[in-house]
Design a protein around this ligand. Sequence first.
Ligand code: SPQ
Length: 451
Amino acid sequence: MLNPIVTSEFANARQRLIVRPATDRIALVGRVRIPGDKSISHRALMLGALAEGETTIEGLLLGEDPRSTAACFRALGAEISELNTERVTVRGIGIGNLKEPANLLDAGNSGTTLRLMLGILASHPNRFFTITGDDSLRSRPMGRVVKPLSIMGAQIWGRRDNTLAPLAVNGQVLKPIHYRSPIASAQVKSCILLAGLATEGATTVTEPALSRDHSERMLRAFGAEVIVDPETISATVMGPAKLTGQAVIVPGDISSAAFWLVAAAIVPGSDLTIENVGINPTRTGILDVLLQMGANITLENERDAAGEPVADLRVRYGPLQGCEIGGAIIPRLVDEIPILAVAAAVAQGKTIIRDAEELRVKESDRLAVMAAALQKMGAQVTEQSDGMEITGPATLQGAEVDSHTDHRIAMSLAIAALVAQGETVIDRAEAAAISYPDFVPTLERLTASPI
Ligand code: SPQ
């Protein structure tokens, strides 16, 4: 039977996703399992490659971004089995032992791959590396990691005063630093901590607000000495470290769950349980905000999976109210702001998002792109330099919109389309495969059967 809500057209690897409103006959009901956490998947592959012995990874995300990380570390000499969700094995080669690849390393669309890898490469003496990425990644700022690495003694060259990829790295013996980062960024923090693994002494990063702490947790699990000081928001790694292969279980990605959380909250009649979602407190800002907006969300079956907290999230439709989002919560929901903007557009009253200027340097300028797309769909949105003001509730209208090749924009607009009147066409929707390869089939399944 043809799905009345979701259809797709492909031409030259470009997907036009056509989404019609869920009307009053369709609701999101039942259970859904989301793919593995992207941040944890990258780190499992990287630490597995740097460890001695075998690492096994269960639940790896099979998105384009972890595939880029796996390809880079294979080129650097790690043996990584074929990627699958059941069991990936990584035969690590030990810190300091990566081999010099004969060609460019390609991080694709992935900021995490490029930034974290720079810390690892810069601390591998007597080897030369070159690393690049796609159009989007080559326009994203790398100075934020090149600068602290250079203070550690790294030699890195690139366009625009060494801030844009392609980058060339001449590996060095580095010296430890205490870096006070001007931004709360897990990529900056992780890059420096990874450089600290091969560096004699204590390498510390202090952040203005706590960003996701998956690196600190996983480094510890692999045997590194990591000291965390919540009072000063600092993390220290003692080097030189030795990592030992581990069994990693990757929980479901709350950033992918976010699309279904909002979809079920705004499509009338919905009652959806999202299984096996990672609820690390550095990532759960989306839950705090949706609950503050009045969403009906409950956590069930809370448990621990290899050092990361996990739960099933049940969400039921109900009216939402606008709210204010800013300050220390931003790093805890930074990737969920596009989908929160959709929730805000249909919520009653005003939502103010501030302190979110970092969104301008993600895979796209997510503030400009979301504001423009939601305006085109009839929402009342004003773009601010560091956020958005959204006044709801709007009756959204179907429109022709574009993902700008940004996975989170593609998926956010598909969810907005479920509650719009008329047909929405999302161009370049194939971008969803970066973090959620099964997003469209899952959307098709959840909207296939009338209630
Ligand atoms: O890896 P990439 O491309 O930077 O991906 C994004 C995303 O939306 O998936 C950001 F665009 O996630 C980042 C996130 O925003 C992943 C990440 C990590 O794994 O360490 C940290 C965050 O970035 P940052 O710069 O705030 O540290």
